[in-house]
Each structure stands twice: as structure tokens, then as C-alpha cells.
Design a protein around this ligand. Structure first.
Ligand code: ATP
Length: 604
């Protein structure tokens, strides 16, 4: 992963960012992009034409030249009409373009984030920080094309203004040089503000997560029971101060530098006027030249301030594009890294853990330590163990959410990383503890488990049946077509257990996967319901004769006693492996915990 985004506007970066933004605008709406591109410079040229008309008018009036005055009036009126038309059309086109480009880039960001093949970036604070900056500023990207074109317009106006000023007196070029310190001061201030923001990304992220926590319906109950709102609001205020303090100071410094620059420019403008008026008094310049200098001087002021604003917008856009390009580069780099292109053979082969060791990024010790194990084709494997023993980590590795730190997992004798990752994923199916709650129609929420069959109603019914939820459609107002989710008007929310059953049904959608993972799929259900579901998936595996390996993680020992193989994890290592009978006979951890559970149920 690249280091912190470098905000310096190098020619290469400026070129890459500009090309990306222009391409995004033309992809979003080519006609409006062309309109903005052509008409913006036209409207920029009209200010200079008006100034020329003004000089012509004054000089013609001084010489009592009626025809000259008429031409000057026509020139100024024409420039006014063109300026008005062009700026109205450009403003409208820019608003529409901004929305569309924003959508195009949002979709691209969603695709990039969703396509990162593994999960290790979620453990990386630097990744989270940059993604957060991208999320915060991405709206600005929509308008960045307009800003680039606006910059070009300002430059054209500026160039014309400078040429006209020099046509009055070449020495007036010094006025342009005096504008430079202001531009530099603003650039420096902008960098300082952006750096202040980058260094406070972490407290800013925490602040936002606190806000989300307090406003989320999921936390509403605990916040009330424990009276947490005051404490959380106070923490939010503290973090806000940590975020705002450095930013405020940087903004003040930037304002001071800019004010100094403008003072210098104001003094220069007074000097320029003195120069031209003196020349006019000596007969070396016309009254029209004086009016032209006055008009161009104030135009130069608005030019410079326009350029400054545009430059700081552009700098901000280039910075945001920098975050976007970083995500793009990162996604491309990790998409090709690590995995092979072999096609996994159909179910019917064993999965083998071969001295598998894994350590989460930053973890002091392995979270899976030297695991060796064979999971036979067609078997039902239960993984049990106490909290933190490594059960979920193991199934995440089987699904290739992470790469092993050492050792390997093989399928059909080949390291699973030799297989094409997408092909591997399409042959697996899983229900995780942190399952999705997709607020779609009921049948779609199930059908997501096998996208090509999202509208296959009989398949959704079978999957619901296997997950112990065959009665669910009958309980809902529109059966399988019921809109789920309380956020929709007329939508129906489900209970925790019902959402979990949908997650299990999704895991039952794909036909003949080589691996089916069920990680505590029934934590929200009672033991009897969990047992029924385990038996149902076990029967499916036994009847289908497809060779699917079903891995079931559970804390309830009674549920999994009929599994073909029970793996007891203890402190991130394999403690025991065998059938229920074998493990009971061994009298070790499994037997002890099983007896404890059984006693608990008897007492109840
Ligand atoms: N994303 C993560 N980053 C760092 N460490 C993690 C992460 N997820 C889990 N761990 C650590 O790895 C170890 C194993 O966690 P894991 O979730 O695999 O346990 P588990 O057996 O599934 O526990 P539980 O029964 O509570 O779900 C724990 O010590 C945990 O703190």
C-alpha cells in the first residue's frame, strides 16, 4: 500500500487527475461536457472585448467621433449578450454535469471497494483514513471538471487582460508580478489546511462513528438503558475540538498570508494608475488608456481572486483525485496479487490444512497456530471451541478472505491460492456471524445467494425450507414478494432470528458448492431450532452425494454431536479431532465441555 497521499501538484499528477476528471465528464454526459468546454472560454474572452469597447468609446467621445462611439456601443452590447448567454448555458450544464459525474465516480468507488479480494485492508488504519477522506470529499469531484474548464477560462481572461495592459504601457507587467505572492500565499494556505485535515483523520473518523452510534436504531436500546447519550455527546465534542483546532489555526494563517499578498497588490495598482495618469498628463497616453487601465486593473483583481479560488478548488480536487487514484491503484495491485488462474475441480475432493498459520495484521501472536487437518469430501465438519479460539478465523481462511501467514490449504492436492479467486468464491457459499440484512423483496434477499437465480422462486422456497424458515413467506403480507426493511414505506422488518434464517437460506442457494460454511448460523435461535437446521444441512449433504464439505461452527455441543468430524480448537490450536464417540472416549476438553453443557440443559 502506498504511503500517505502526496498533495504536491506535480505536472504528472495534475495531468493524470485532469485526464481522469475530463474522461469522467465525457463518460457521464458528452454533450454537456462539450458545451461547457467550448462556451466557458468564450465567456472568458468577453470581458476583454468589453474593456476594448470602453477604450474605443472614451477615445471616440473625446474626438467627437460618432461612428466610433456607435461601433464601441455595438461591441460592448454584443459582448454583453454573448457573456450572458454563455454563462447561463454553462451554469445550467455544469450543475447537471456535476450530478452525473458524481454518480459515475460514486459507482466506481463502490465497485473498487467491493472488488478488493480480501479483508486485510479493513485491519489497516491508513486504508480507513484515506477511504474516509475520499468519502468526505468525493462530492467535490463531480464539480471538478467545471473547475478545470473555469481555470482555463480564468487563464484566458488573465492573458488577454495582461496583453491589453501592456499595450497601454509595457511597465504595467509589474502589476501581474505583484499578483504572484497572493497566489502563492493561497496555495500554501490550502496545503496547510489540507495537511491539518489529513493529520486529524483518525479523531474525525471516531467522531463520525460516535455520531453514527448515537443515531443508529441498533444502539438505541443500550444508549437508553445505560443513559449514554451525555457521555457520547461529550466525547464527540472533545473529538470535534481535536479535529477543528489544527484546521482553524491553519485557516487563520492562510488568511493572514493572503491579506498580506492583497495589500501588496493594492499598492501596486495605485502605482500603475499613477503611472498612466502621469503619462496622460504629459500627452503620452489617451483618456481612453486611463479608463482602460482602471477597468483592466479591477478586472485583474477579480481575475487574480478568481484564479486563487479556482486554484484552491483545483488543488482540493487533485488531492481528492489522489485518494481515488490510490484506491484505484491499490485495487488493481491486490486484484492481481497472490492468486492463480486454475479452475477448481467440482466437489468430491478433500480440503487439507497443511501447517496452517495465520496472524492478523499487527497481532502479537498467531491467531491460528500450525493447524494440520483433512476435511474429507462430502463430510460435515463441526468446529467447536471457546470464545476467541480461532473458529471464525479458520473459516475466513477457507473462504480466502485472508492469505495464510505460513503453511497452506489445499483442495484436490493444489494450494487453493493457485485457483482463480472468483472461480473459488463461486464454488463456495457461507453464512457468517455478521450477515447482511438486505432490504429487498423477500425472494431477492434469499436469491442473492446465487445471483443468476435471484428470481427463481422455487429455489428460494427450497432454500428457506432448508434454513427452517418455510413458514416465513406465509407470515408476511405479500409472501415471497414482501418488501423487507423498516426504512421502506410499507416495508416489513424481521426479527433477529428471521434475518439470520434468511442468511442461512442464502447459503443454501448455490447448487453443489465445494464448500459450505455456516459460522454460528443459529446464534439467534433456540438450541432445538439450531439442531434442526444442522440436521437439515447434514441431510442435504448426505442425500445430494455431491461431495460438498459442510463446515459448521457452533458453541452448542449437542447440536453438532452427529457431525462426521468434530474439531476442537483451543487457544488458536487444534486440541482434538474425531467423532463424538471418539472424543467422549478420550475424556479431554470436548468431553468436559460436553458434560458441562449437558448438565446445564438438564438443570434447565
Ligand atoms: N479482524 C481481526 N483483527 C485482529 N484480531 C482478530 C480479528 N478477528 C479476530 N481476531 C482475534 O483472533 C482470535 C480468534 O478470533 P475468532 O473470531 O476466530 O475466534 P472465535 O473462536 O470465532 O470466537 P467466538 O466464538 O467468540 O466467535 C481472537 O483472539 C481475536 O481477538
Amino acid at each position: 500500500m502506498s504511503e500517505l497521499v502526496d498533495d504536491r501538484m506535480t505536472p504528472r499528477k495534475l495531468g493524470r487527475s485532469t485526464a481522469l476528471l475530463i474522461a469522467a465528464a465525457f463518460r457521464a454526459d458528452p454533450r454537456k461536457a462539450l458545451l461547457v468546454l467550448v462556451l466557458t472560454p468564450v465567456s472568458g474572452a468577453t470581458a476583454a472585448v468589453t474593456a476594448i469597447g470602453l477604450r474605443l468609446m472614451v477615445d471616440s467621445a473625446t474626438a467627437a467621433d460618432l461612428a466610433g462611439m456607435m461601433s464601441a456601443a455595438a461591441l460592448m452590447a454584443g459582448a454583453l449578450v454573448v457573456a450572458f448567454l454563455a454563462s447561463t448555458l454553462v451554469a445550467e450544464a455544469r450543475i447537471q454535469l456535476q450530478l452525473r459525474v458524481g454518480l459515475v465516480l460514486d459507482q466506481r468507488i463502490m465497485t473498487l471497494c467491493g472488488s478488493l479480494p480480501q479483508l486485510d485492508h479493513h485491519e489497516n488504519p491508513a486504508y480507513q483514513d484515506r477511504l474516509d477522506l475520499l468519502r468526505n470529499h468525493r462530492q467535490g469531484l463531480g464539480g471538478a471538471f467545471g473547475i478545470i474548464v473555469e481555470n482555463a477560462r480564468t487563464l484566458i481572461t488573465f492573458g488577454l487582460t495582461v496583453s491589453l495592459l501592456m499595450s497601454v504601457r509595457p511597465e504595467l507587467l509589474f502589476l501581474v508580478l505583484l499578483a504572484l505572492p497572493t497566489v502563492l500565499a493561497v496555495r500554501r494556505g490550502e496545503r496547510a489546511t489540507a495537511q491539518a485535515e489529513e493529520t486529524t483523520t483518525e479523531p474525525n473518523r471516531l467522531r463520525k462513528s460516535l455520531f453514527a452510534l448515537v443515531t443508529s436504531p441498533l444502539s438505541a436500546k443500550e444508549i437508553r438503558v445505560y443513559g449514554l447519550q451525555g457521555e457520547l455527546a461529550e466525547r464527540h465534542r472533545d473529538l470535534q475540538e481535536q479535529v477543528d483546532g489544527p484546521k482553524r489555526r491553519a485557516e487563520w494563517r492562510s488568511t493572514l498570508w493572503t491579506s498580506g499578498g492583497w495589500t501588496l497588490f493594492g499598492l501596486g495598482f495605485a502605482g500603475a494608475l499613477y503611472l498612466v495618469v502621469s503619462a496622460a498628463l504629459q500627452g503620452k497616453a489617451t483618456p481612453g488608456d486611463v479608463v482602460l487601465t482602471l477597468s483592466l486593473g479591477s478586472q485583474l483583481t477579480s481575475n487574480v481572486s478568481g484564479m486563487i479560488t479556482m486554484l484552491s478548488f483545483l488543488q482540493r480536487s487533485v488531492r481528492t483525485v489522489g485518494y481515488y487514484l490510490w484506491l484505484d491503484d491499490h485495487a488493481k495491485a491486490v486484484a492481481t496479487a497472490g492468486n492463480g488462474s486454475a479452475v477448481p475441480p467440482p466437489p468430491g475432493h478433500d480440503l487439507v490444512l497443511d501447517r496452517l498459520t495465520f496472524r492478523y495484521p499487527g497481532a502479537a501472536r498467531p491467531n491460528l497456530d500450525n493447524l494440520s487437518l483433512r476435511l474429507p469430501a462430502g463430510s460435515t465438519v463441526a468446529i467447536v471451541g471457546e470464545n476467541g479460539a480461532g473458529k471464525t478465523t479458520l473459516v475466513k481462511l477457507l473462504c480466502q478472505m485472508y492469505q495464510p501467514t505460513s503453511g497452506r490449504i489445499t483442495y484436490a492436492g493444489r494450494d487453493i491460492t493457485d485457483y482463480d479467486l472468483q472461480a473459488w468464491r463461486s464454488r463456495t457459499t457461507a453464512c457468517f456471524q455478521d450477515y447482511l440484512r438486505p432490504e429487498f423483496l423477500l425472494h431477492e434477499s434469499v436469491g442473492l445467494g446465487d445471483l443468476p437465480r435471484i428470481d427463481d422462486f422455487p429455489a428460494a422456497e427450497r432454500a428457506l425450507d432448508r434454513a427452517g424458515a418455510s413458514a416465513l413467506p406465509g407470515l408476511l403480507p405479500h409472501g415471497l414478494r414482501t418488501q423487507l426493511g423498516a426504512t421502506f414505506p410499507g416495508g416489513t422488518d424481521l426479527s433477529g432470528g428471521q434475518w439470520q434464517k434468511l442468511a442461512m437460506a442464502r447459503a443454501g442457494m448455490r447448487a453443489a458448492p465445494l464448500l459450505r460454511v455456516l459460522d454460528e448460523p443459529a446464534a439467534n435461535l433456540d438450541p432445538a431450532a439450531e439442531y434442526e437446521i444442522f440436521r437439515s444441512f447434514q441431510e442435504t449433504a448426505a442425500q445430494s452425494d455431491e461431495g460438498t464439505i459442510t463446515v459448521f461452527v457452533s458453541h452448542r455441543f449437542a447440536t453438532v454431536r452427529s457431525a462426521d468430524l468434530i474439531v476442537v480448537l483451543d487457544d488458536c490450536r487444534i486440541r482434538e479431532v474425531g467423532s463424538h464417540e471418539e472424543l467422549m472416549a478420550a475424556g479431554d476438553l470436548y468431553a468436559t465441555l460436553y458434560a458441562l453443557h449437558a448438565k446445564g440443559y438438564q438443570d434447565q
